[in-house]
Design a protein around this ligand. Sequence first.
Ligand code: MG
Length: 157
Amino acid sequence: MRIGHGYDVHRLTEGRRLILGGVDIPWEKGLLGHSDADVLTHAVMDALLGAAGLGDIGRHFPDTDPAYAGANSLKLLEYVVKLLGERGFSVGNVDATVLAQRPKLAPHIPQMRDNLARTMDVDPSQVNIKATTEEGLGFTGSGEGMAAHAVALIEEM
Ligand code: MG
């Protein structure tokens, strides 16, 4: 068994969609980024890559590459899981936390979990998603951005 950690941050801005765990959440702002800026899925990918000793998403999907402009992060996650599979690893479990002041994410968490589980080809029971505010403190508290942490356990098949 191997373990990995992922962390990501994106800025909130007007005129962008808010996509978290592949769920398009109606909100006055969205996350800014080269891809769809799905901060949760990015943290999960970095945790998986980290567990496998494969670097980070910046190495696999450079934000200077036009191929990833507006990319659906679930597609990138699918690729990461394929990479792990080629190296003999399967996903054990993933636990992630989204840090966001607003909007309320709880109603969307079951769908995020299902999306991530389906994309990683695991049972939803192997995926846990949490959301928390940071009590109005810092950049997530002020609504400047959102952050996500993830840990992943992978197993040699
Ligand atoms: Mg990112």
